[in-house]
Each structure stands twice: as C-alpha cells, then as structure tokens.
Design a protein around this ligand. Structure first.
Ligand code: SAM
Ligand code: DTB
Ligand code: SF4
Length: 338
C-alpha cells in the first residue's frame, strides 16, 4: 500500500510530472492497484438543477452572466422533476447522481427544496452529490443531516493562476467552504480544469493544493476545458489553438493525481467528448476510475451512454458496484472538527 501523505512538496510533484512517461504510468498503475479494484469504473450522472445567470465570472463557464454563450437562465427545477431524472439515471446504471446549480452561494430560502431532493435521491439508493457554490458551516451541517454523501467544490487551478481565471471570489474562500464540508462530515469532491492555457507549474500547484489538504478529497474530478464560445477561455482557445492541452500532458496530470492521492476516486470529468478512446484508455491506465455518463454534463454535451458502454466493453472495464456511502453522521463530524 502506498503511504498516504499530505506533506508533498511542489518539487516532488514537479519531479513526478518530469518522469519518463512509461515510468510515470508504472508508478501510477502500481498505486492504483494497491488501493482500488482493477478494471472498475464508477459511473456518475450529472444534472443541472439551476442553470445560467450566475453572478460569478469564472472565465471557463457558459453559465456566468459575463459569458455570451447563449445559455438560458432557469429557476431551480421542481423537486419532482429532479427525482424523475434521478430515477432515469439509476435505470441507466448510474450509481451517483450529481446535481449542480449556477449559484455563487446557497441561499437559505432554497434549502428546503435542496433537502427534499437529497432525501428523495438517497431513498432511491443512489449516492448524492451537490455543487451549489459557497456554503456556511450551518448550511453544510444541514446538508449532512439531510444525508448528502458528497459536495463538489473545485479549486480549479493553481493559487497563482486563480485570479486570472476568476475575479469574483478567491481561492481562500473556496478552501473555506471545503473546510466547512469536511467538518460537517460530508465527503469532499474537489478538483479542477486543465487546458485553460496554464503552465506545467500551474498544474503542479493545482495538484499540490489538493494533495496537501489536511485530508485528501474522496473524489478528485479532473476536467479538460470544454471551450465554450462566448466565454473568455473558450474564445482564447479558439484564437490560439496551440494553447490546447497536449493529450499526454493531460494523462500525466491524471497519473500525478493518482500517485499523490492514492485513495481518492480520480474522475475523468468534462472534455471526454472531444478525447479519443486511446487517450481515455491511457487515463484509465493512469488511475482514473470514475466518469460522468449520459449525453449531457451541465450545459455541454457528453459522450452518451451507448458510446461509453461500447468503449468500456472494448477496454474490458466494468461499472463499479456502489459501496454503502459513508453517510454524514454526527460522530464523523465531531472527529473532523477536532
Ligand atoms: N456554481 C458551482 C461552482 O462553481 O462550484 C457549481 C457548478 S460549476 C459549473 C462546477 C464545475 O464545473 C466548475 O468548478 C468547473 O471546474 C467545471 N466547469 C465549468 N465549466 C467548465 C468547462 N467549460 N470545461 C470544463 N469544466 C468546467
Ligand atoms: C466537475 O468537476 N465537473 C462537472 C461537475 N464537477 C459538476 C461539471 C462539468 C461542467 C462542464 C461544462 C458544462 O457542462 O457546462
Ligand atoms: Fe457560476 Fe459555478 Fe459557472 Fe463559476 S463555475 S460561473 S460559480 S456556475
């Protein structure tokens, strides 16, 4: 078993990125096999329960009011509609239902509906994940009491690059919400985006921030930027095609996440639609063991169930059977708070 360390230095992480590719892959595979079942991929489904009109200015996001992406703003979906969608995802074989809202932060007035949704999806036997923007400690406790299994809140990039991507909040505010989630006893899902024109040093800083949290996130989504026309970064990429991340560099990022955070689920998240099967296969070999299925992410297109089923069959990978999720409970919360 690889040692679980939270004292990684940037130099050590940079040295992993610098390894010859086959050596990096060998180390990542070794760590993966020591901590996870070989050949299993977790299938998660996403639903945007409140789309667009977000006051934040994240340079990659189609849902920001600052983007001219054509995404229409909607109200929070009806609880019944969300539950119907969760039931369809369960029938399609998904084990986790991840729900996203284009909010800067959760408002107390929306809490009753959110609690009802968490309880309803849990009652169907699916794991629940929410991503609703910043939370107060009290809101995190309320979500834990409702039975929320995971909270997604990405740090997105390196601390140095953060202010170039988002100006309406700081990375410290992001880390504060992650701390509230951890202390509430909810499993943490936090990762980011590569391919935003960042440097290798930024990718090192991004992984370093996650791998030196007091406890590694249980889930680490690694998104490849989906370039959306009308967003700052989507337009930048359209104008400078050379800024597109190299496939091997993307695989290296997955491998370094796997080696530095051995127990975490590493999710090959957005961007698969434009990735070859060969690149995705390398990502699975490098330790990615979770994907989003279905034909839509939040607003962007995703590969779709049929295409994914064919790819997984071709690679001899099977869907992970859901383990009993670690339900948020008071004793876990108190331990985390100590
Ligand atoms: N508003 C909430 C927040 O920002 O935490 C939740 C929704 S937000 C869309 C969830 C995450 O999706 C972001 O943190 C970002 O990492 C990812 N994301 C958004 N747009 C993306 C894009 N165009 N390409 C890749 N990832 C993207
Ligand atoms: C994450 O890291 N990726 C997902 C999920 N967490 C919420 C979202 C990807 C969004 C991709 C762009 C879109 O669909 O708008
Ligand atoms: Fe809003 Fe989240 Fe999009 Fe940022 S990433 S603009 S916070 S929906």
């Amino acid at each position: 078993m690889a040692e679980i360390r939270t004292d990684w230095t940037r130099d050590q992480i940079a040295a992993l990125f610098d390894l010859p590719f086959d050596e990096l892959m060998f180390q990542a595979m070794t760590v993966h096999r020591a901590h996870h079942a070989v050949g299993e991929v977790q299938l998660c489904t996403l639903l945007s329960i409140k789309t667009g009109g977000c006051p934040e200015d994240c340079g990659y996001c189609s849902q920001s009011v600052k983007a001219d992406s054509g995404v229409k703003a909607t109200k929070l979906m009806d609880v019944r509609e969300v539950l119907q969608s969760a039931a369809r995802a369960k029938d399609a074989g998904s084990q986790r239902f991840c729900m996203g809202a284009a909010w800067r932060n959760l408002k107390d007035r929306d809490m009753p509906a959110i609690v009802e949704i968490v309880k309803g999806v849990s009652a169907m036997g699916m794991e629940t994940c929410m991503t609703l923007g910043m939370l107060t400690p009290k809101q995190a406790d309320m979500l834990a009491d409702a039975g929320l299994d995971y909270y997604n809140h990405n740090i997105d990039t390196s601390p140095e690059r953060y202010a170039e991507v988002i100006t309406t909040r700081t990375m410290d505010e992001r880390l504060e919400t992650l701390d509230h989630v951890r202390k509430a006893g909810i499993n943490v899902c936090s990762g980011g985006i590569v391919g935003m024109g960042e440097t290798r040093a930024d990718r090192v800083g991004f992984i370093h921030t996650l791998a030196t949290l007091p406890q590694h996130p249980e889930s680490v989504p690694v998104n490849a930027l989906v370039p959306v026309k009308g967003t700052v970064l989507g337009d930048m990429l359209a104008d400078t095609p050379l800024a597109k991340i190299d496939d091997i560099e993307f695989v290296r990022t997955i491998a370094v996440a796997r080696i530095t955070m051995p127990m975490s689920m590493v999710r090959l998240s957005a961007g698969r639609e434009s990735m070859s099967e060969a690149t995705q296969a390398l990502c699975f070999m490098a330790g990615a063991n979770s994907i989003f299925t279905g034909d839509k992410l939040l607003t962007a297109a995703n590969a779709g169930d049929d295409k994914d089923a064919a790819m997984l069959a071709k690679l001899g990978l099977r869907a992970m059977v859901a383990e009993e999720p670690m339900r948020a409970c008071k004793s876990v919360r108190m331990e985390a708070a100590e």
